[in-house]
Design a protein around this ligand. Structure first.
Ligand code: PTJ
Length: 252
């Protein structure tokens, strides 16, 4: 079915549209098949959260904006799912911050990085990472291959829909990691410095709005906001929200 033929009055229109975008992403060689499975898991969490940005996520998005504005060299990482779901939103955030986007993938084939870079170029943005020229230590996957001008040099990296290994490697390399992950129990969520437990398509524009709102905010105030943020408390809140629903079902 074409995007324009999706029934706009369908109660699950948003979800249909996203699935359609990802399907298109796979067809264009941007998104991996595994990305579809990962999205399914994310959707299940989002369903339980009522498909809206909850209070813990709003706080995390505010703190993420402060961290990104305080950073010397922030970089936003792009994978196959974000390339299909919210490329314009990722570009808008990079422009609000005046920083670069870098494609970084877990799954092959090698040509997918170039396809994602070409997709962003069509949308008016040059991505880093199509021709990686540096290696992030401690990682065996494709994700180790980074750009010297981007993730390699970054002090703060935004990693939407991530696997825990890279989060750990980035932290070991002395970088601050901001993750966007709907699963508050995931290794990424627990390993990141700051975790936004929200749908990436809502989280990225929310962070952009906060960045714009903070543009004239003094550095000292931004530091205060970033320091006051308690990642563990946010994760506990998200897990607690799920607990009555998951524990209530009788004997396992
Ligand atoms: O394009 P690649 O090769 O870099 O691969 C990207 C995926 C996402 C396939 C890869 O990184 C992967 O396998 O990730 P995981 O380990 O499945 O983790 C993805 C996490 O993102 C899971 O915890 C999901 O719950 C979560 N997630 C999925 N969809 C969304 C999401 N979080 C926020 N917004 C979503 N839309």
């Amino acid at each position: 079915m074409k995007t324009e033929n999706l029934p706009k009055n369908h109660p699950r229109y948003r979800s249909l549209l996203e699935r359609h975008r990802l399907e298109e992403g796979v067809r264009k060689g941007l998104t991996s098949l595994q990305g579809l499975l990962a999205h399914g898991r994310g959707e299940a969490f989002d369903y339980l959260f009522g498909e809206r940005t909850r209070s813990w996520a709003r706080k995390a998005e505010r703190a993420a904006a402060a961290e990104l504005l305080l950073a010397r060299h922030p970089v936003l990482s792009v994978n196959g799912n974000t390339a299909a779901l919210c490329p314009l939103e990722m570009i808008a955030l990079a422009r609000a911050l005046g920083c670069r986007l870098e494609v970084n993938l877990f799954y092959g084939p090698a040509g997918r990085r170039k396809k994602i870079a070409a997709h962003f170029k069509e949308l008016g943005e040059e991505l880093l990472g199509a021709k990686p020229d540096a290696v992030l230590k401690g990682l065996k996957s494709n994700r180790a291959r980074v750009d010297r001008r981007g993730i390699f040099k970054a002090d703060v990296v935004l990693v939407p829909l991530e696997d825990g290994d890279r989060t750990e490697a980035l932290r070991k390399a002395g970088k601050k990691v901001i993750a966007i992950d709907l699963n508050p129990l995931s290794r990424t969520a627990r390993k990141a410095d700051l975790t936004v437990v929200d749908h990436v398509a809502r989280a990225v524009p929310a962070i952009t709005r906060e960045v714009k709102r903070f543009k004239l905010t003094p550095t000292a105030k931004l530091r205060k906001i970033a320091l006051a943020f308690d990642n563990r408390a946010g994760l506990r809140q998200a897990i607690g929200f799920l607990s009555p629903k998951t524990k209530g079902g009788g004997k396992a």
